[in-house]
Ligand binder design. Structure first.
Ligand code: NAP
Length: 208
């Protein structure tokens, strides 16, 4: 297994996506700072349940970490990013899906700029990498030994930002495939794109 330096990983949003990724990274010695809308106190029980290596903070606290994962609903993206006026080059992993409505289920406009480019616009100075968005967390949270090694896609405009994300995904047991820029790769993997939700095909083709 490829080893990667121990990192501090922040999460904006503390629900299924944040908790699932947290459970993957903790065994490798990484530390996690969770944040949500209701504030750190509301996360005390969850922090306790997840165990050593996890703490709760504000969105600003989470945003100071080496890698920050944005894991809020699309409708909350603007408000969640607002408290951080300048990301100073830090890595922001966009795990969101641009869902306009859950009932009836519909996507946001998928023409024009990709969802991750919009997030880039809303997070000045962030090096945005899109990842995790189209794979159900139920699959990612399956830790069974018999599970095939699954392909996860990343996209981003900054190669040096994609490297640690690639290394982290490989370390926690996935085959990472770089699809290129936010404009091209982001469009391929975002909901509505041709590679959204195709993980099973990739298990068969590329699985170790
Ligand atoms: N679930 C999946 O299988 C899956 C897979 C891949 C990608 N995704 C995408 O990942 C994103 C997160 O999904 P999820 O299921 O983990 O989360 P979720 O159930 O939608 O929970 C949203 C989280 O965001 C927090 N939040 C809302 N507004 C916020 C704000 N202004 N500032 C900080 N935190 C805020 C909420 O905090 P409070 O609890 O305090 O309200 C909550 O912790 C979505 O865009 C989803 O489409 C989901």
């Amino acid at each position: 297994m490829q080893e990667t330096a121990q990192m501090k990983i922040g999460f904006v949003g503390a629900s299924a996506v944040a908790q699932t990724i947290t459970k993957h990274v903790l065994p490798h010695g990484h530390q996690v700072v969770l944040s949500n809308l209701r504030g750190p106190e509301s996360l005390a029980a969850l922090v306790n349940e997840l165990g050593p290596g996890v703490s709760a903070g504000t969105v600003q606290d989470a945003a100071k970490q080496d890698i920050v994962v944005l894991a809020v609903k699309w409708r909350s993206v603007q408000a969640a990013l607002f408290p951080v006026p300048d990301w100073n080059g830090r890595i922001l992993v966009d795990a969101t899906n641009r869902i306009a409505s859950y009932d009836p289920s519909s996507l946001g406009d998928i023409s024009g700029r990709t969802s991750s480019e919009i997030i880039s616009d809303l997070a000045p100075g962030a090096r945005v990498v899109k990842a995790f968005n189209s794979v159900p967390m139920l699959w990612i949270s399956d830790f069974s030994a018999s599970k095939p090694r699954t392909a996860l896609f990343i996209s981003g405009d900054d190669t040096s930002a994609k490297k640690p994300v690639n290394d982290l995904l490989e370390q926690i047991g996935f085959n990472c495939i770089d699809l290129g820029s936010l404009a091209v790769g982001g469009r391929l993997q975002q909901l509505g794109g041709p590679l959204a939700g195709v993980r099973l095909n990739f298990i068969e083709k590329f699985g170790a």
